[in-house]
Design a protein around this ligand. Sequence first.
Ligand SMILES: *[C@@H]1O[C@H](CO)[C@@H](O)[C@H](O)[C@H]1NC(C)=O
Ligand SMILES: *[C@@H]1O[C@H](CO)[C@@H](O)[C@H](O)[C@H]1NC(C)=O
Ligand SMILES: *[C@@H]1O[C@H](CO)[C@@H](O)[C@H](O)[C@H]1NC(C)=O
Ligand SMILES: *[C@@H]1O[C@H](CO)[C@@H](O)[C@H](O)[C@H]1NC(C)=O
Ligand SMILES: *[C@@H]1O[C@H](CO)[C@@H](O)[C@H](O)[C@H]1NC(C)=O
Length: 477
Amino acid sequence: MTLRLNSSQKKTPLSQITRNSFLLICFFFLLWYIISSFYFEQEELLSDKNEETLTEVHLTSLSTLSSNTTITTIADNDNSKNQLEELNKKYCGKPICKFLFVYIIGEQETKANLHFRSFSQLAEKLNRIMVLPNVGSSRIGTCNKFPFDFYYNITLLQKEFPNVLFKSENDFIFWLKERDQIKKIMNNNDKPLSILHSSVKINRSAEKTFYDDAEPNFDVYECISKFEPLMNLKDPNSRVRYTKMIIKEMDLIREKSRVEFSKLLTKVLTIDEEIILVNGYVVHPLFLQIMPVIPYNDYILNEAQKIKDKLSFSYIGIHWRLESSTPKLLPDCVQGLIKTLNKVMEEGEIKNIYLATDYPLLSTRSQSSTFGKITSYHHDAIRTLNETFKINTWVSLGGLEQLRKNEKYNKELNGSGIQGILDKLVCMNSNYFISGPKGCSRVISKYTKAIANERSNRIKNKDSDLLNVIDRWEIPL
Ligand SMILES: *[C@@H]1O[C@H](CO)[C@@H](O)[C@H](O)[C@H]1NC(C)=O
Ligand SMILES: *[C@@H]1O[C@H](CO)[C@@H](O)[C@H](O)[C@H]1NC(C)=O
Ligand SMILES: *[C@@H]1O[C@H](CO)[C@@H](O)[C@H](O)[C@H]1NC(C)=O
Ligand SMILES: *[C@@H]1O[C@H](CO)[C@@H](O)[C@H](O)[C@H]1NC(C)=O
Ligand SMILES: *[C@@H]1O[C@H](CO)[C@@H](O)[C@H](O)[C@H]1NC(C)=O
């Protein structure tokens, strides 16, 4: 730095000043030396303190005098490093920002919620910022349209994971942009973004769990390209490594081997790369400890409360997922349901019925993306039920009204999405909860199980509004 400055145009006047002051100082120094040498020890004076003071004066005066441009030209890698560090300190409180971005989390909301918690535990172990992927259509992943807080309460999430720093996709983009900007100004290409892309997946036929390198672009989800050109997996200026973690399912089912697995995962991902991108499909929890459900935001909770109010705090919640039913059984199924409803209404003195279903309510499309073929058996069953009782749904009760007014949410509301969460909450709150038997509906459902678990907890905590955990109606013989 000093060298460059000396050769700048300001050299002449300044060096004159410097020479003059140097001579002046030398004179006084000599005088002082002669006088003081009588009083002080010699060694103190042998130090080069004076020279140092001179250099400092020299530098300071130069920087103040030099123009803005001079500073930019003389800025070198050190300066850009400082700027990067400043950005990182401001953004993540450390000189280096490290991210874990699980940009695809397999499965629908109830299970994705669980997997998101697992990966947040991993972020904590790796001491990395956890990027909050978008949500939509009952999924958590960057391919969706809405920010994470469209479903969840980030404040409460943060409370659950006090040691993890969470950042939205927009915040992440902000960091990428700022970093890119600094690199451009400094014309500095020696700090490419370093990325590890890993596919972390269960393979049910895998004989053992293993972690290995993978070929370039292995198992990359297309929509990650939305971060280009700031984050580019193909750009030769980024350093991208590809790996895969193939998991033997039993290793996550048995608690003891799950502990082993979580240690292995933490170990192999303890790396220097700034960004770890994960395409995850794990099916089971990754760590021994299972954290509580990520709470939903106030908007959805309030909608559930409004529905409870409209049903006078007295209703039977029915979860009837028709997707995996046997269509020919449906006429019998609906008779069984009607019988059970009559019984519960009479014995429990409950007046209202709320139906949570994947049967299309808003349009001809099913409320579940995986529920394709709707037959006349399905239509007839729902019609019979609807002719026997007054059936309330989130649509008939005006739930999510604000969203329904906005075209932006059409696709979300016609498919399976935020209303699935609303239905789940309404069923959790119901005084009596029933679901279908095998043949009539999907039985092995994490969604139904989540409702039952929550109800069971509330009953344990002496919530007297709840009359049961879960009942399944029967097909009449
Ligand atoms: C100082 O540098 C900044 C950023 O490079 C530039 O925007 C600004 O115009 C410069 N100011 C002067 C006085 O040259
Ligand atoms: C799972 O592992 C088996 C056996 O190693 C392999 O043949 C198969 O392609 C893998 N499946 C997936 C989806 O990776
Ligand atoms: C998150 O939860 C807290 C505590 O219940 C609440 O005060 C806050 O309003 C919630 N935020 C959102 C966005 O739902
Ligand atoms: C039940 O019937 C009413 C009145 O015909 C109709 O508006 C409503 O959409 C029906 N509900 C269902 C779930 O089909
Ligand atoms: C969604 O349903 C609404 C009716 O509420 C309809 O007008 C709209 O066209 C549907 N959109 C899609 C994408 O299916």
